[in-house]
Design a protein around this ligand. Structure first.
Ligand code: F6P
Length: 463
């Protein structure tokens, strides 16, 4: 088996690992892949420095070797806060209204991709499989090729890929996709994002596409593009759900909610997660069913994310105002309808909360996959499982068809779904959960890694 060299913007070592909701799904997934194949995980340390030195900090934690570099403040501003999170992230989540186009941040993005290629290039051995992740590093494969790396190089996009008519608003969009086509294999979370990408390649670049094999031929080079829906590390989540820490967390939540049904949301504080829209839906539920106000308590866990980006500061202010308004109007001496927790929790604690909460609310406006939905299902008590309310715009909705699917833009739809979930009989809850747990158990992160890496290994190396 070839060694893996995983490259992503951030590197998360196991001991610092939280849940998908706290850290993004990528961290857990990559740890599992590296444990199996051996190899290196390379990325930014998350630390800033005065001047880029290229010094690599190598560490080993629980069988995973990490290699990280620090980045100067200007790089972090232009590459991470700028092009990655103020241009590509909103664009890829269909938010043209939030997408900023600045030439300088584009240059910073290119510069950091060059720096990454310079730093990681010498760590790559001839038979390694190189696996690059996410929108921060789209040009990296091409930069490695220009340094003579002939290994098989794959790329996985964890976010959606937008429709062509939105994507063409990006200045130099052709350049970005041309460099993406230097990978041997490109993975997307769902068929929908894959189709949008292929459409762009055909219509805007004039590439040739063989739909049967997913092969895209452009300027004589061949790239395969396929959908590989990511899963969770089911055994790990299950083991966490069975710890004393999880049981304590569940007990804490249950004893504080007494006879009311707890409903939970766990998300990075990001506008793509549909948090203000969710609060509007809960507000509508209280308006439409005033007699049920005492039956429900909603717990929103939302650790802050990308706090130096203005749109994230704005979404936080909007969310907090909306929660404040509802709590202001509905709180009684013994009831606070919405509890808002602004910090992260361990996976074990989250599993305890998931199990104690009889409704899981996962309502992004757009999401590549969303692993919180899968973690919620995994943590349930099979005898008395909770109900998952899931946005039809999350990639995971294509697999978790037995969730209560909602349009997160519609407060009435959300209110109705909450009402349905609150009253759902045990038999129906079990029936839905049994179908969902099957895909969560089978389409797990190990299978995802295996599918992607074996397809990548099957490619002819570019020697
Ligand atoms: O899934 C998208 C993603 O950007 C991941 O790459 C990352 O792990 C997660 O969200 C958290 O984002 P950040 O590293 O910006 O805090």
């Amino acid at each position: 088996m070839s060694r893996l060299v995983v490259i992503s913007n951030r590197v998360a070592v196991p001991k610092a690992r939280g849940a998908a909701g706290a850290q993004g799904g990528l961290a857990g997934a990559l740890n599992a892949a590296l444990k199996k194949h051996g190899g290196i995980w390379f990325g930014w340390s998350g630390q800033e420095c005065d001047k880029f030195s290229g010094n690599i900090n190598m560490q080993r934690h629980e069988g995973v070797t990490t290699a990280t570099v620090d980045l100067p403040h200007q790089d972090v501003e232009e590459y991470y806060n700028g092009y990655a999170n103020s241009t590509l992230w909103p664009l890829f989540h269909f938010r043209l209204d939030l997408t900023e186009y600045e030439r300088e941040t584009g240059k910073g993005y290119e510069r950091v991709n060059e720096r990454f290629a310079d730093s990681v290039g010498p760590l790559i051995e001839p038979d390694d499989l190189v696996w690059v992740h996410d929108y921060h590093l789209i040009p990296l494969g091409g930069r490695l090729r220009s340094r003579g790396i002939r290994n098989r190089i794959g790329f996985f996009l964890h976010t959606p890929w937008p429709p062509t008519r939105l994507f063409v608003s990006l200045p130099f969009h052709e350049r970005l996709v041309q460099t993406m086509l230097e990978y041997d294999l490109i993975g997307f979370q769902t068929e929908e994002w894959l189709e949008s990408f292929v459409h762009y390649c055909e219509k805007e670049l004039g590439a040739e596409v063989d739909e049967a094999t997913g092969t895209i031929t452009y300027e004589g080079r061949k790239t395969v593009a396929r959908a590989y829906p990511i899963g969770i590390d089911y055994d790990h989540v299950r083991a966490q759900a069975d710890t004393g820490e999880a049981r304590q967390a569940a007990q804490r939540l249950l004893s504080s909610t007494r006879r009311r049904t707890a409903m939970i949301g766990v998300d990075r504080l990001d506008y793509s997660k549909g948090l203000p829209e969710r609060i509007d839906g809960i507000g509508r539920f209280f308006d439409n069913y005033p007699e049920r106000v005492r039956d429900l308590v909603f717990i929103q866990i939302a650790p802050p994310s990308r706090e130096n980006v203005e749109s994230y500061q704005d979404i936080r202010a909007t969310l907090e105002q909306k929660i404040g308004q509802i709590n202001g109007a509905r709180t009684e001496v013994d009831i606070v309808p919405i509890r808002y927790v602004n910090r992260g929790h361990t996976l074990a604690e989250l599993c305890g909360f998931y199990r104690a909460a009889k409704i899981g609310l996962v309502t992004p406006l757009r999401d590549g996959m969303n692993l919180v939905a899968k973690e919620y299902v995994a943590a349930q008590d099979p005898e008395d499982p909770g109900v998952l309310i899931l946005s039809r715009f999350a990639g995971s909705a294509l697999q978790l068809r037995d969730a209560v699917l909602v349009n997160p833009h519609s407060p009435d739809d959300l209110a109705h779904a909450i009402h349905t979930a609150l009253d759902m009989p045990l038999e129906e809850r079990r029936r839905r959960w049994e179908r969902m747990i099957e895909t969560v158990v089978n389409d797990n992160v190990q299978r995802w890694t295996e599918n992607f890496t074996s397809d990548l290994a099957g490619h002819e190396a570019k020697r």
